[in-house]
Design a protein around this ligand. Structure first.
Ligand code: PEP
Ligand code: MG
Length: 560
């Protein structure tokens, strides 16, 4: 048995046979065309528009977040400046295939060099280029194979067009060699609840027909697993199926302590699915996801329409909306366009909004208007708060503009360390464990090379969370968790033991977390938290929590 590590998306497990995705088309040879440039231009333009139309068609077929991704790709295929780049090369006598390859390649390198969110769009451009070249050469477009039986797809990286249209009856799991946790592959896999591991560099050694176990919860692929390992994976799959068909009840510990389970959403499109999976409200609505492709700030009217749609879907429930969190991996050109050496430490979140206060005022105005027109319970919070003064600034402005409940995200160690004073200046806190881990461990959350440090189980991160939980309990204000940590079923129990009063996550994680919470009482959760806090490092903290959890459940099961 060989273990291949990567980044697991979600908590699922899959067992199946590998089918590899076809490798890329060979690089078109750089030779002079025997056609004249005008004829080559016609060929290139025709193929570009066929590919754009096909991507748009697939987008409307797929719906949801995939639709936006594919429509954005269709627009890239017809981007006038990219076409200019192609035509310049055709005028120089190159073939259409070569000109497309070079022009898309140069834009690709530009994006890849920017890193972060933009860097991960490089795969989108590569995919368009491959499709256009395949069309020019009259070859089938590279895409997902169809072996006629269920399989685990292993690919270098998957294009959004492929992830969006995967046949979920056939694809049991997905392993990509490239790609990070914020690549489109990961975003779409999470949305579609596909068992996936991205960035599994050593998966390049897997061959067609190999039987493998994909364990997304642990972020490992078992190549050549033993019969026992396959049996254990299958029993975990069966247990998970039981959990996901369990009755949907409000989140609670075994002793009845309520722990509301909320959804993280990036658009109102996901509302129906979140409600179907039992979301008791929204714990994080990432408004910046609505406007990532805009060049200008959205109008109050546009924003009000979007927020009204969300709040209407969650009538009678709590909805926590975060004001625009621009910067670092989520650039919004209308908020922060300047180049920064260290964008994660730069003008992002509340800092960028403060710098363009008119945009923040408009967003709060749109939110207050949507709140007045609907029946959900709207809470609004600010991202990347580092000081008490920023907290006061935000809550003051929010209240002035008609927001009734105003809070902050605790994502920086500084905010966590003065949480008592931060909480005194606002109505609630929500801990963003993704950024809190990044800043506590000084490890860029987008960088695969430091992924081992990006672990919210680290006692340093847990201690900060415990401080915020204690401060919340002291002043009687809610402290939610809305980072990915809340989606880890065992860590979720630890977080409650550290004082979290609600947990918000990708809706596909709700069933696992609900089932996990129901197994422990509040004193069990406190015991798990104490064990994790006392550990030396992240792996030890998890192992300590597992040991306490095993002891609790086995004592209970044997009745001793
Ligand atoms: C976080 O940082 O944990 C968080 C929830 O915000 P985002 O992932 O959008 O930065
Ligand atoms: Mg964050």
């Amino acid at each position: 048995m060989m273990e291949i590590t990567g980044t697991g998306i979600g908590q699922g497990v899959a067992v199946g046979q590998v089918v590899r995705m076809a490798e890329r088309l060979p690089e078109p040879v750089d030779r002079p065309s025997h056609l004249d440039p005008e004829r080559e231009t016609e060929r290139a333009k025709a193929s570009l528009s066929v590919v754009a139309a096909e991507l748009a068609r697939r987008g409307s077929q797929a719906g949801g977040a995939a639709k936006d991704v594919l429509e954005a790709q269709a627009m890239m295929a017809e981007d006038p400046s990219l076409l200019d780049e192609v035509v310049t090369r055709l005028q120089a006598g190159k073939t259409a295939e070569r000109a497309v390859f070079e022009a898309f390649g140069s834009y690709r390198d530009l994006l890849a060099g920017m890193g972060g969110y933009m860097g991960e769009r490089a795969a989108d451009l590569d995919d368009i280029s491959q499709r256009v070249i395949a069309h020019l050469l009259k070859l089938p477009a590279p895409g997902v194979p169809d072996p006629g039986h269920p399989f685990i797809l292993v690919a270098r990286d998957l294009a959004p067009a492929d992830t969006a249209t995967l046949d979920l009856d056939q694809v049991q799991g997905l392993v990509t060699i490239d790609g990070g946790p914020t690549s489109h592959t990961a975003i779409l896999a999470r949305e579609k609840s596909i068992v996936a591991i991205v960035g599994a560099t050593d998966a390049a050694s897997l061959a067609d027909g190999d039987t493998i176990v994909v364990d997304a919860e642990r972020g490992i692929v078992l190549a050549d697993p033993s019969a026992e390992e396959i049996a254990s994976a299958k029993s975990r799959i069966a247990e998970r199926a039981v959990r996901s068909s369990a009755p949907i009840v409000p989140g609670a510990l075994a002793d009845g302590t309520a722990v509301p389970l909320l959804a993280n959403l990036g658009s109102a499109d996901g509302a129906a699915e979140a409600l179907r999976l039992g979301a008791e409200g929204v714990g994080l609505f990432r408004t910046e996801f609505l406007f990532l492709d805009e060049d200008t700030a959205p109008s109050i009217t546009d924003q009000q329409a979007q927020y009204t749609r969300l709040l209407t879907a969650f009538a009678g429930k709590k909805v926590v909306v975060r004001v625009l969190d621009a910067g670092a991996d989520k650039p919004l050109s209308f908020l922060n366009d300047a180049h920064e050496e260290n964008p994660a430490l730069g003008l992002r979140g509340i800092r960028a909004l403060r710098h363009s206060e008119a945009i923040l005022r408009e967003q709060l105005t749109a939110l207050a208007a949507a709140d007045a027109a609907t029946d959900a319970e709207l809470w609004v919070m600010a991202p990347m708060i580092a000081t008490v003064e920023e907290t006061r600034y935000f809550t003051g402005l929010a209240r002035e503009l008609g927001i009734r409940v105003a809070g902050v995200m605790v994502e920086t160690p500084s905010a966590a360390l003065v949480a008592d004073r931060v909480l005194a200046a606002c109505d609630f806190a929500s801990i963003g464990t993704n950024d809190l881990t990044q800043y506590t461990m000084a490890a860029d959350r987008l960088l695969g090379t430091v992924a081992n440090l990006q672990n919210p189980w680290h006692p340093a991160v847990l201690r900060l969370i415990a401080d915020v939980g204690a401060a919340g309990a002291e002043v009687g204000k809610p402290v939610g968790i809305c980072g990915e940590a809340a989606a880890d079923p065992l860590l979720a129990v630890v977080l409650v033991g550290l004082g979290a009063t609600s947990l918000s996550m990708s809706p596909s994680a709700l069933a696992d977390v609900r089932a996990s919470l129901a197994r422990y009482s509040l004193s069990d959760a406190n015991a798990l938290a104490r064990a994790a806090l006392a550990a030396e490092g992240a792996a030890e903290a998890r192992a300590a929590a597992v040991a306490v959890a095993t002891e609790i459940t086995s004592t209970r099961d044997t009745g001793s």
